[in-house]
Design a binder for this molecule. Structure first.
Ligand SMILES: Cc1cc2nc3c(=O)[nH]c(=O)nc-3n(C[C@H](O)[C@H](O)[C@H](O)COP(=O)(O)O)c2cc1C
Length: 110
């Protein structure tokens, strides 16, 4: 099956990232963007983020989790130790999370 999805593109020039306008602390920027996204009534699960870790098989693995707190530069989510991310948590947990804030046309990586 072949599908032409090229026309689904939107204009992502809104809210350009201008270095001079950025706060010193990247977490302040996160707070600002997150609150902006939260104010959009249409957004479901605004705290959903894509969490990527190196899987037990050595390959990167991404999944969606919900951000529950941000404390001292740590993004906190809840999970269970039986999951793959729970297993690697006990050893060296190195993760990468991305927020896709579609409503404000921005992507945030931490
Ligand atoms: C909207 C959404 C939110 C989710 N939130 C969480 C969460 O907060 N914690 C969690 O462990 N899994 C959450 N999940 C399930 C994970 O995406 C994942 O499937 C599960 O945790 C197993 O992942 P793992 O085996 O790679 O560790 C969520 C899934 C969706 C679709």
């Amino acid at each position: 099956m072949q599908r032409d999805l090229q026309n689904l593109r939107k204009n992502y020039s809104i809210g350009a990232l201008v270095e001079d306008n950025l706060p010193q602390d990247p977490y302040d920027l996160f707070e600002e963007w997150f609150n902006e996204a939260k104010s959009h009534m249409s957004v479901d699960e605004v705290n959903a983020m894509s969490l990527t870790t190196l899987g037990v098989d050595g390959y990167p693995k991404s999944r969606i989790v919900l951000l529950k707190e941000v404390e001292n530069g740590c993004f906190i989510f809840y999970s269970n130790y039986g999951s793959e991310k729970g297993e690697i948590y006990g050893t060296t947990f190195q993760g990468f999370n991305t927020f896709f804030l579609a409503c404000i046309r921005k992507t945030d990586h931490y």
